[in-house]
Design a protein around this ligand. Structure first.
Ligand code: SF4
Length: 466
């Protein structure tokens, strides 16, 4: 065979690999880093994803007051500055691409994202997309349609500059200062604000054809624990595709710690989430990082009835999961013409041919869980994901991290557990100056205060307010 043909075949082989080679390498690295205890068959970190990412130090300030607040008390002394944000996001996402490979989820997060002007917000999202991230803007949701439209449309042409936007709206009664409801007494008082948030995106779709993915995020404290179920029941038809709950932790600004946050445990929160969801949530089917940090249950609704995507008790479902991962790994590389995509797909199935019969069986069981065919005649299934992210307290994180930095393994059980969780962290923040990702717990417990003090000198607020 001539060398030109060999070269062509090699190029074809590379171009039709189901998963991008950089992602394959990043997943393998992440898997190697994981503690033995979390390398379980249901573990997705290092097999399906290299981890979620969040930006840090890019716009620390916020215009609401939360109890608790995970940002350091210095955060509000930093001016929101679009130029700084875009440059930092660019550098952080470049490193994220290098370490995690392409097509990973990244949150544009800090203080409040909508304190950025729409142009800077759009430029930050564009930088994230340029570096192969799937960005999600994290907001308190207290902004108006004009802002959303200005973010979504190119001001020169009036045409959409994004085809799709992802937003997480954080709504809960621990937040104070929202327009139209300065002080919130109960979660239900926020429902009109939750609905309005979803309606803005629905209007954007109607008027400009821009689709969206909306997540609802909520901090859980002893005061609102018993309202979690009602929030889900009341708001699950508004248009949110995900409900995520964060049991409050002693993290960030100590002057905002107002309640006994450890008066309940993760099980108590999850029980309420299940009560609101209206069905058992099969979170053990897919694990992202350490189960003490994260629970995620995929599923949805059809005709008011909850259906889980995977039945965690059925070995056939778990075999389907394993085959899917064996075939598609971190996901099909979607870059390229349809013919190349078809070849990638064919190669994915060829490396795990058992996927096809298993997928047929799975589809039948899934339709059964949905109540098909009767329910399907009445409507379309609507996917909704439920998740819980349990941050650790700063007093645990700091010594565990410092010991990890020295290369020490803690003896004491609580510190040891914290180290295991940090090593299996699913939510990292890129630090270009150090060339590494740092767990968000560490960011908020250890790094934020000094970093924000430095930023306050670099970007002092012009109004002099602290
Ligand atoms: S940020 Fe903290 S709680 Fe979240 S996954 Fe990482 S270590 Fe676990």
């Amino acid at each position: 065979m001539s060398s030109r043909i060999i070269e062509w075949l090699r190029a074809l082989e590379r171009a039709t690999r189901p998963e991008h080679p950089d992602l394959t390498a990043a997943l393998a690295r992440r898997w190697e880093e994981l503690p033995e205890g979390v390398r379980t068959p249901n573990q997705m970190l290092g097999r399906r994803t290299a981890g979620c990412e969040g930006t840090q130090g890019v716009f620390p300030a916020c215009n609401l007051a939360c109890t608790p607040c995970y940002h350091s008390r210095e955060a509000n002394r930093v001016r929101v500055d679009g130029g700084h944000t875009v440059a930092e996001v660019d550098a952080q996402m470049r490193l994220a691409r290098e370490l995690h490979g392409p097509s990973q989820h990244a949150q544009l997060i800090g203080g409040e994202v909508t304190l950025l002007g729409p142009e800077a917000h759009a430029a930050a999202l564009e930088a994230m997309i340029r570096h192969g991230r799937k960005p999600m803007s994290m907001s308190h949701g207290d902004f108006d349609y004009d802002y959303l439209e200005a973010l979504a449309l190119d001001p020169r042409t009036g045409r959409p500059r994004f085809r799709h936007l992802s937003f997480a709206g954080h709504f809960d009664s621990t937040m104070h200062g929202r327009h139209g409801i300065r002080r919130v007494r109960s979660e239900s008082e926020l429902n009109p604000h939750r609905r309005r948030f979803c309606e803005m995106f629905e209007r954007l779709r109607r008027e400009h054809g821009i689709t969206s993915y909306l997540a609802h995020s909520m901090t859980v404290t002893p005061r609102n624990l018993d309202q979690v179920a009602d929030v889900i029941r009341d708001c699950r038809d508004y248009g949110f595709r995900m409900f995520t709950f964060q049991p409050a932790a002693y993290l960030g600004n100590p002057s905002r710690w107002k309640e006994k946050y450890r008066a309940f445990g993760d099980e108590d929160v999850w029980r309420e989430v299940e009560r609101g969801a209206g069905g058992r949530l099969h979170w053990r089917a897919l694990q992202f990082g350490d189960p003490r940090c994260n629970r995620t249950a995929y599923g949805g609704y059809l005709g008011g009835r909850y259906w889980p995507l995977l039945d965690e008790d059925d070995p056939r479902e778990l075999r389907m999961r394993d085959s899917f991962i064996a075939a598609f790994g971190g996901g099909l590389d979607k870059d390229g013409p349809p013919s190349v995509l078809a070849l990638r797909c064919a190669r994915a199935i060829a490396r795990e041919p058992r996927l096809l019969p298993r997928a047929v069986g799975f589809t039948g069981r899934l339709l059964g869980r949905m109540g098909a065919p009767t329910a399907l005649a009445r409507g379309r299934p609507r996917p909704v994901t439920f998740a819980m992210h349990s941050f650790m307290d700063a007093r645990v994180v700091r010594p565990a991290w410092e010991a990890l930095e020295r290369g020490d393994v803690a003896e004491e059980p609580e510190a040891r557990a914290a180290q295991e969780r940090l090593r299996a962290c699913m939510y990292g923040m890129a630090h270009p100056e150090e060339g590494r990702m740092v767990p968000a717990c560490v960011q908020h417990s250890v790094l934020d205060p000094e970093q924000n003090a430095r930023l306050a000198e670099l970007l002092p607020r012009r109004d002099g307010a602290a």
